[in-house]
Design a protein around this ligand. Sequence first.
Ligand SMILES: Cc1ncc(COP(=O)(O)O)c(C=O)c1O
Length: 371
Amino acid sequence: MATPAENSLTFAHHPHPSPVAADVRAQVLANPGFGAAFTDHMVEIDYTEGRGWHDARVIPYGPIALDPAAAVLHYAQEIFEGLKAYRLSAKGSEEGGIALFRPEANAQRFNASARRLAMPELPEDLFIEAVRQQVLIDKDWFPTVEGGSMYLRPFMFASEAFLGVRPAKQYKFMVIASPAGNYFKSGAPAVSIWVSDYTRAAPGGTGAAKCGGNYAASLVPTAEAFSRGHDQVLFLDAAEHKWVEELGGMNLFFVFDDGSILTPELTGTILPGITRSSLLKLAAEEGLTVREGRYSLDQWQADAASGRLLETFACGTAAVVTPVGKVASQAGEFAIGSGGPGQLTQSLRAKLVGIQRGEIADTHGWVKRIA
Ligand SMILES: Cc1ncc(COP(=O)(O)O)c(C=O)c1O
């Protein structure tokens, strides 16, 4: 429960004394890539046991001082979120504003992660206000490239200097922002994925939480996928090594010739993606039969060969909706469709992006305008 003091936190502003020069920023914004450039400011809020959240501030982007004994550096008590701010399309003479997409869903997932990692929850309104402050202070940092947006990274870590193994008593919550273009370097019409022999998450583990440790464990399999020439890694379930779970940073959907689509069910070992949940709604509205269930790698290959499976796509905030064209594992590889984006992949992507950018009516209350 948020204390009254936490709910009325005001943000102190300490503007950057020497922000990035406009011409340098313009160069970055013309070709931002993903996750490589950062804006002029960041948000920071402190938590101390007994006092709660305090000292909310917007400060110049830069290194943070951390005690070498800070618990996060030893026991990885850390969680994060990923969401985007979009420039809305201009309508008539009205200038386009700025909007977040379902930020309350990120705030809720953040708190679910906090509970799993024995960390304090952040009031949802404070999470959204912190993100809003970050976007508005750096609103000149929206990419000028087609499809660009501002990627936001809220995160929390244990800052207490203590080496005993127990939940920490001090934390920092921060938000940083990064202008974002395309996630996949290859820019290929369909990505190629490597089915790893490693597992990402076991039943009872932290698979459904967005904690740094999950990603640390995925780096060897990800590097293996890259070195074999693939764009992403795919994980199967830990118990039988048979059922498709998710990619390193995206959920998966399968499209069938009977007008149905399937995505792996949320069993506690995969991340409950916000893009996934949005697409489930949009697909049902398009009249498709939507299923959440189990799907084995063998069945996937058989369905791709028989033509029963028409399309497979990956989805997530960073990569939006991306077609999967090839699947490879130790046992061999198979292709899906013609290698390009399938019809439904394209139409669902267009619908989602249209809603996010204010070009298609938002009938779900997903778009939160902040400027
Ligand atoms: C492991 C994993 N799965 C799925 C997703 C997709 O989640 P979302 O749609 O909320 O970005 C992400 C990205 O955050 C992820 O890291």
